[in-house]
Design a binder for this molecule. Sequence first.
Ligand code: UN1
Length: 504
Amino acid sequence: MSNFLNRLGIEASNPGAASTSGFVDTKGREVPSTDPTTGDVIASVRLCSVDDYDTIVNEAQRVFAEWRMLPAPKRGEILREVGEALREHKTDLGALITREVGKVTSEGEGEVQESVDMADLAVGMSRQLNGLTMHSERASHRMYEQWHPLGVVGIITAFNFPNAVWAWNAMVAAAAGNTMIWKPSLKASLTAIATHRVCDAVFQKHGWGGVLNLVIGDDADVGEAMIRDRRVPLISATGSTRMGRHVGQVVAGRLGRCLLELGGNNAIIVEKSADLDLALRGVAFGAVGTAGQRCTSTRRLFLHRSIAGEFTKRLVAAYERIPIGDPSQSGILMGPLIDEDAVVMYEKAIATIREQGGQILTGGERLDRAGSFVKPTIVKADPSMPICKHETFAPILYVFEYDELNDAIAQQNDVDQGLSSAIFTDSFRSAESFLSHRGSDCGIANVNIGTSGAEIGGAFGGEKDTGGGREAGSDSWKAYMRRQTCTLNWGTDLPLAQGVTFDI
Ligand code: UN1
């Protein structure tokens, strides 16, 4: 049994780790969590039932009534300690992410660092949940806005960022005075349990058990119960566009709030003026990093015709040198896909690419070894090929050639998704054009940086089928609070706005 599993309190046996926030003893069905590098079961998790969910949401509501009254900077103090706890467990949590979802060590640890950064940011935020003051048109009146917490926030996360995406939401939601219920992907339930335990221990120490809650359950029962639940005013969901469309419709149906962070189909444009060494590294990390399983992964590459041949040749050579294997080993840059289903999806996409006339320049098949490994793939393609408009959650990169920057930008935008985008150029004019109102239509637009690896200080999210939500930094905290406009009359008269008179 691995030491890091012990230290995180996960029993690598079957039945293994129990789920939930510690006050519900679940009796549900056991679901194994599998190591994608070997195919071995790491541990099993007992699923929560809808009744368990119900108990937890009641408790989260009860604790909310108290938690919201703790001054925000005091809530921030607890989050500062949560950041410390995450720092302390960074290596172990990173190792668990590597084991459970197959990220290479530096990316597993990098993800935990992203959560640490979120905790730090939320500490500062807890002193900056500021509203505006306005000038009233009425004498002796004062007008201002203030922000209140919402209540119990529902957080749905995907397998690919099993620690950080929760932290994006949880740190901000907690600073804002909400309690929350986290429903993680069943493909990464052990990371969720360990992350929850590390952070919840800090809350428990301060007498605030029940602010953070975890429910591990099936989408069909627990997931549906949560999105339909009027006791949960905000659902923040990360995952596929298909899932998000369903969540969005159900939550809108009860006039609840949604924060959606869904699929991407991110592109990089490489101009002829670009620093091609820089571009090569940016493209390789964007397309191959996390085995192409980030929502920000680079899936399309637009190369200026004058550099396309040479750049593609170098990229293919770089792909063929990428060390693929056990992601816990140093030097490895690409681990496995999350599971066998993902390999099947990759293989289906490769077959479709061939049918639609794409030319596979490298990759295109699974690796001949145990585990869910595939080869990173480059496809010479035409933007009109329907598959290029779809997000395949795998390391498949479509390469196109262009002559005019405006055409490349138009083609980049001509997909349903709108998450991340980038241009590599040394031309000031091209960079500004890419960033202008007629430039990239994505939520993230980078110059001389790839599409993935965003810092938490900015607002993260995208447009169109990506769902429109913004998480993490900037003023994203506003999504977790409700705005109240307050007008106070300190005079002796009762003037009405807009000059209306009503004398009795
Ligand atoms: C995701 O894939 O859902 O910008 C999140 C990035 C990371 C977050 C990705 N900071 O690639």
